[in-house]
Design a protein around this ligand. Sequence first.
Ligand code: GDP
Ligand code: CA
Length: 324
Amino acid sequence: MHVTALSGGVGGARFLRGLLAHIDRTPELHGSTVTVIGNTGDDITLFGLRVCPDLDTVLYTLGGGANEQQGWGRADDTYAVHGELTALGVPPAWFGLGDKDFGTHVARSLWLGQGFTLSEVTARLAARWGLPERGVTLLPMTDTPVETHVVLDEGEGPHAVHFQEWWVRLRATVPAERFVVVGMDRAAPAPGVLDAIRQADLVLLPPSNPVVSIGIVLGVPGIRDALRGTRAPVVGVSPLVSGRPVRGHADACLAAIGVESTAAAVAALYADFLDGWLVDDADAGSVDLPGVRVSARPLLMTDVEAAADIAGAALDLGRTAAVR
Ligand code: GDP
Ligand code: CA
């Protein structure tokens, strides 16, 4: 089975780790491939280095090297470089990168500087984390540098900050007026992205942020059309439970685009291509969209086993959505 998934950071990565565990424990799924199309709108240049937070979270989580408490960054990391940069007064102090994590960003920046594309760089990093051996290909949504910026209207009047500054430094407490994806008008899907959607047996939308993760991937010219046109069923998992994000500030992001924070309203954002939608038991019966088969079950990814069960339910929903 060829599965293609769009992904943000922590929500996507934990779901994908569950998917791989489900494939491992299911003999008839052995030999399956998983192609991940990762959000690069969160990317930022810090200290002269190119940082791709969502791609790295997928790499570290699937490779067994993620900091489980934070969800992002490396396990057992130290902060010597960060401490030295702070002592030198080199901003920003609000973005904490560990020493091992710095290694990734140094290597990525070096390779990009040598002329390799982000796809090529990501493939090298994926090899270090053993993804190919597990049947996983991680593709950035685009090789064109894009950055999500957030328009705020406070203090000195309307102005835009990088998404990371709004999310990490301001903790999304200042209301976003809107999101602007700088560079998206020039962006093309990375090599293999559209084919991975068109030739998949199943396309999955993990419970990633619908606005600043999945929503950004969907904005890459051609990706949404490929999802509408693919013969594969498209199945999504709700990131909201009882109207609240399980973690992070997806509600603040939805408010900025004028969408209610409910599992039903998130599904409606995908209505033009969605075939199946998995909601939490708490939201059972709340979603009624033409052409979308809905199923309810517990959706908290409390451990790998729980995430594997959710991924298994998404595959089941894909099978039933395909035969109707
Ligand atoms: P980020 O880029 O690190 O913010 O991660 P993603 O965009 O991939 O995922 C963030 C979303 O994951 C948030 O909106 C959360 O509500 C959702 N999420 C996190 N943990 C869980 C979980 O255990 N279950 C569900 N259903 N959603 C989750
Ligand atoms: Ca992210």
